[in-house]
Every structure is written in structure tokens, then in C-alpha cells.
Write a protein of this length. Structure first.
Length: 316
């Protein structure tokens, strides 16, 4: 069976989910030409590769294969790799309409060494008359300022839960999957703006639940921590903190990481199902955010979760 993420990958800019203002700008360039060198930045799963491919197909049409080069910078880190592959392509003769150029898509360019980025900067300058460069990165802070200054930086926003839910429902209809609206909403929330993750979770649930996805069974089938569990833990912190810590410990024993438990608490504190005042919600959110920062820094996950629960129990 072909993975849903490949089977239902958008083929045109019109099919791209989320980031409409950016996509609309790229649609203009796909019709009128004049595309600048661009740098797309966002966490994984928010459509950078898909957007690059859709833009390439829209601009180059039948010459896409000849005039579009894709490289993964995590496999092309050395100066010689960048110079040989990109320079060789940039020098290739391809006849395109006026105002349109060949495209080089360099994914994960934040994995390139500083020396390789310098080489790329020079190549961008040398071949600006025949080639445009589409760079993609997860962490823009790892891209040199000199390279950023030679591109139009596009900061992609996380795809909203509503946009992801609509995508899930559309794929479910095409694949003849019966899915409850509440289940689609839960998958969208769990994805945290990552469309790829949501589509993969949909396929897993469809296989494990025989194409009949019910909300009540979703968390157990996908082995994930839900918003409702986050609300429960936060409420327990206010009434019985020892039980809250015990449940978090059980989650840790079951294999959930400190990051995943923190994400659950974040979804819980943001949930409308959590009946607390706005002031109390903001104080709890601050404590959860501090726990997220400590866990992300590599400090013992469960110890930080237990500390967070204890601190929440004292918030009034």
C-alpha cells in the first residue's frame, strides 16, 4: 500500500494546505516569472518540500525534470558537493520562457557547514542570470546572514488544526474511511501543525481500526497522549498532586518522553475544557513553558514533569 503522505501529496500550489499569503505570492511568480531566490524556514512537516515541488511544476511545466534540481544538504555538506552538483546544473543549457529560470531546491540547508554556505552564496551570485535557488531549513539561526541577505525569507506558519482537519476529512472521503469528526479534530490537534504527522496518524488509525475511526478508541490505538489527559493531570495537580505525579510516572514508564508529556500538558492548559480563570491559566502556562524549556535543554524529563506538577499545585 502506498503511504497516504505520498499518495495524497499536493501536486499544485492550489492544493497546498496552510500559509495562504505566502502561497498566493508564489502563485504570482509562477505565472509572471521574476522569482527571487527564496529561503523557506519552518519546523518539519509544514510543507517546504511540497511547496518547492509545486512551484517548480507550475513554473517549468513540461521541462520540470530538466530544469529542476533537488539536493538534500544533509547529504551534501562539503564544499565540493555543493560546487560540483549545483554548478554543473547551473551551467546546463535549458530553453525557458523569458523571466523564467532553472530552479535549484536545496533542502535542510541548515545542515551545511559554514564553508559550504559560503560556496553556495558565491554560486548564487555567479548564476543569478540563469538559475533561481529555493532553500529550505528547519532552524534559520543556522543560516549565515550573508546567505539570508541574498534571499527572500519566507517564514512558514504552523498549519492550523482546522486546515489539518479538513485535509484529514478530504483524504478519508477519497479512501472510503469512516471517521468521526471528533476523531479528525483530535488527530489535527495532536499533529501540532505538522500535516505529514497528521496524515501518517490517519493511515495508522485506518489500518488498526479497519477504516472505522472512532474518537473514543483513538488515543489507545495510536498510543498518544491527548488533550483530555492533559486537562485531567492539571486538575489533579490542583486537588491531588501525588496522583498527578504518579500518572505522569506511569506515562514515562509506558515509553512517553518528557517532551511528549510536556506537549500533553500544553494542550491541556490551552484547552477550553480546563475550567480555570484566565489569570490562573496564564500562571499554569508559564510553569509548563518553563518545564518545556528545561526538558528541551536535556535535563531529566520526569524530574522536571514532577516539579511542574508540584508548582501547579501551589498556584492559586
Amino acid at each position: 500500500m502506498l503511504p497516504f503522505i505520498e499518495k495524497h501529496r499536493p501536486q499544485t500550489l492550489e492544493d497546498v494546505v496552510g500559509n495562504e499569503p505566502i502561497v498566493d505570492r508564489l502563485k504570482y511568480f509562477s505565472v509572471n516569472g521574476g522569482l527571487p531566490n527564496i529561503l523557506m524556514a519552518s519546523p518539519p512537516g509544514q510543507g517546504k518540500t511540497t511547496i518547492a515541488h509545486c512551484l517548480g511544476r507550475a513554473m517549468l511545466k513540461n521541462q520540470f525534470k530538466e530544469a529542476f534540481l533537488e539536493l538534500n544538504a544533509s547529504d551534501q555538506r562539503n564544499v565540493s558537493d555543493v560546487r560540483d552538483r549545483v554548478r554543473g546544473f547551473a551551467e546546463r543549457q535549458v530553453t525557458l520562457p523569458a523571466a523564467f529560470q532553472k530552479l535549484v531546491f536545496l533542502d535542510e540547508c541548515d545542515a551545511m557547514t559554514a564553508q559550504a554556505q559560503l560556496a553556495l552564496r558565491r554560486i548564487i551570485e555567479d548564476f543569478s542570470h540563469t538559475t533561481r535557488f529555493i532553500l529550505a531549513c528547519n532552524d534559520i539561526s543556522k543560516i549565515s546572514e550573508s546567505l539570508q541577505s541574498r534571499t527572500c525569507v519566507l517564514m512558514l506558519s504552523p498549519v492550523t488544526p482546522l486546515e489539518i482537519k479538513l485535509r484529514i476529512l478530504r483524504i478519508s472521503e477519497i479512501e472510503n474511511i469512516k471517521i468521526e469528526t471528533a476523531a479528525a479534530e483530535e488527530i489535527a490537534k495532536l499533529a501540532d501543525g505538522d500535516v505529514r504527522n497528521a496524515v501518517n496518524q490517519l493511515q495508522s488509525a485506518a489500518v488498526l481500526m479497519d477504516n472505522d475511526i472512532k474518537f473514543v478508541d483513538l488515543a489507545q490505538v495510536l498510543d498518544v497522549l491527548t488533550e483530555d489527559q492533559g486537562v485531567e493531570i492539571i486538575n489533579l495537580c490542583q486537588s491531588d498532586v501525588n496522583t498527578a505525579i504518579k500518572q505522569c510516572k506511569e506515562m514515562s514508564i509506558d515509553g512517553f518522553t518528557g517532551d511528549e508529556i510536556c506537549q500533553m500538558l500544553t494542550r491541556g492548559v490551552l484547552s477550553p475544557k480546563l475550567s480555570v480563570s484566565d489569570l490562573l491559566r496564564s500562571r499554569i502556562m508559564k510553569l509548563v513553558a518553563q518545564a518545556v524549556a528545561r526538558v528541551s535543554a536535556g535535563i531529566n524529563g520526569f524530574v522536571q514533569i514532577a516539579r511542574c506538577c508540584a508548582e501547579i499545585s501551589m498556584v492559586k
